[in-house]
Design a protein around this ligand. Structure first.
Ligand code: SF4
Length: 105
């Protein structure tokens, strides 16, 4: 299970750059570069409140990943030790990306 850092502060699941979900879905089944991926689990935060999750965010999450051309993807599970989801002030999931994506050779 990768360590997941996420900079998407506008997501309701984000807590201090960690994700409250135990499992996220990364999209981008035709992705050839990091920008073609996105976090499908993104949900826009409503209002100014902090995360609405009662759960503490943990550093680790399972990742169901559709970006099958990434070298870390094994049967749609991410095998990277650590990933970084980025997308600063994203309003929708298409504005987020897995910055750790590396095209397999
Ligand atoms: S590192 Fe690769 S396999 Fe892991 S979530 Fe990112 S795109 Fe998917």
């Amino acid at each position: 299970m990768p360590e997941l850092k996420c900079t998407v502060q506008t997501c309701t699941h984000n807590q201090n750059n960690y994700c409250c979900l135990d499992r996220i879905v990364v999209g981008g089944n035709t992705a050839k570069q990091a920008e073609d991926t996105c976090c499908d689990s993104f949900e826009k935060r409503k209002g100014q409140s902090m995360s609405n999750s009662a759960k503490e965010a943990s550093a680790y999450s399972s990742i169901d990943c559709k970006a099958k051309d990434c070298m870390y993807n094994k049967e749609c599970e991410c095998q990277a030790g650590k990933i970084s989801v980025e997308g600063g002030d994203a309003c929708r999931c298409q504005e987020t990306a897995c910055a750790t994506f590396q095209k397999s050779i």
